[in-house]
Structure formats: C-alpha cells, structure tokens
Write a new protein. Structure first.
Length: 264
C-alpha cells in the first residue's frame, strides 16, 4: 500500500531537478511513490526524469503535451496519486533530512484532526550554500491560525497533507499562478488543524533577490486578495489584512522601521 505520494511539477528545471529527485530517493519511507510532471519543458528536464523513472518503478512521469498552468499540473498529479498523504516538492528545493516523510506521516497518524504539517527550512542560494536568512513561522495550530492571514506560515516544499482533504477542497485553484499554495492552506485549514515540525528538513532555494519589485508586488497583492477572501474563516482578520495592506503601500524599509518601533 502506498502511504505517501510525492509531487513535483517542473518547467525547464534541468539545472536543479536531479538534487530534488535524489532527496526523495533517499527518504527512509518505503511505501511511497513519486509523481513528476514535466510541463512541456524545452530543456533536458523530460530526459532527466525519464532516466530516473526507468530505474525506479515507484517514480511516475507525466509529460504535459503543452505548457499548462502550475495549478493544473499539480491537480493532475493529485488525481493520479495513490497515497493516503501528499507531499509537495519544487524542482529546485531539496529535502535535507532523510526522515522527513516518515516523521510527517507519524505526526499525521498521531494527530488525526490535523489536515497538514510542514517543517522549518534552511534558506540556500543557487549553489545550495546556506544564506543565513530565516523567517519566523509558528508550529502549533492556534498561533498559525492567528497569523495566517497576515503571513503565509508554510513553505511549499515542506508540506504534507491528507489526500482526502485535498479532494474535499478541490485542490489548487485553476487559473491562479500567484499565491495558489497560500489559498490551498487556507482552504485546508477549514477542515482541520495546522502544524509545523520544529526541525529544519528542507533546503529552500531563495530566489526572491532575483525577483523584480514588480513581481514581488504582484505576489503580495494577490496574497492580500486571498487573505480578504478568507477573512470570515480566520481570527484577527482585519488587523492582519490591514498590516498586509500597509506593507504594500509603505516602502519596505519604512515599514520595517515602523515595526521595530512598535516592538519597543
């Protein structure tokens, strides 16, 4: 019986995807399958993942006939998944702890009222050197729930959730390219509890420094729209949304200075 289905979608991810795949292979949970969706890449991504699929019969490859939305590719993989649990991994991230899947399965089986569980991360650059950057994320349901409309408390590559719950909420929202993972967490939180394991189990590639201010603004604006959509489902909604709005309209350095003053 397949316990966990791991899902990766990739478009032109040849530069990094080998490390992502290898980090799944070394996981010490045997009852797993790995579904990789090649979103009609124009580089060597398709060939690379086909080599792994020939070597490991539990690795399954889906080649999209044309480039699709990321949400559609992820939903396609979820529909094909046979696991009781679903774990996500982006093609440029790496699970740096071989017990990640096992520990998350153990957590969800001990806590049947939880819909999903993440972990902490190491931030790395494109050479997988740790950058020293960190973010504060909450570990238990109530603090996560109180904070989630203000800031996303989960990093995509850390998350494991129940497939049944994913199906109940309809998976990722089609047509969305920004903040689709954030909206999924908010939907899942209406069914069950949240948690993050305290261990750092993922190397998360931080490319935000290579992202234009315009794209960052688009992501933040979309996240604000998503938070507003779920304002009736989570506590401290208006306070959290107002804080997000301030971060959009006030230059970042001034906003950080203001936040420090408020803590004094």
């Amino acid at each position: 019986m397949t316990k966990v289905s791991v899902i990766t979608t990739s478009y032109n991810g040849a530069k990094f995807i080998k490390k992502a795949i290898e980090s799944v292979i070394v996981q010490d949970l045997e009852a797993k399958e790995y579904i990789i969706v090649d979103d009609c890449s124009t580089d060597e991504t398709g060939k690379i993942i086909d080599v792994y699929a020939k070597k490991y019969d539990w690795i399954k490859v889906i080649h999209n006939p044309k480039n699709m939305e990321r949400a559609i590719s992820r939903n396609t993989a979820i529909a094909e998944a046979k696991g009781e649990y679903i774990a996500f991994l982006d093609d440029d991230d790496v699970w740096c702890n071989p017990t990640k899947l096992k520990k998350q399965v153990e957590f969800l089986e001990k806590h049947p009222h939880h819909s999903m569980v993440g972990t902490h991360v190491f931030f790395v650059d494109e050479h997988y050197n740790k950058t020293g950057k960190y973010i504060i994320i909450k570990e238990h349901d109530t603090p996560i729930r109180n904070t989630l409309l203000k800031s996303n408390q989960f990093i995509f590559a850390t998350v494991m959730c129940r497939k049944n719950d994913l199906q109940k909420v309809g998976g990722f929202v089609d047509g969305e390219f920004l903040a689709e993972d954030y909206e999924l967490w908010l939907k899942l939180g209406k069914l069950g509890k949240f948690a993050n394991l305290k261990q750092k189990m993922v190397w998360y590639m931080d490319r935000m420094h290579n992202t234009s201010n315009r794209n960052t603004f688009k992501l933040e604006r979309k996240s604000l729209q998503v938070a507003w959509k779920y304002r009736h489902d989570y506590p401290r909604a208006y306070r959290s949304i107002f804080s997000r709005l301030l971060s959009l309209i006030i230059p970042k350095k001034i906003y950080e200075w203001k936040a420090k003053l408020l803590k004094m």
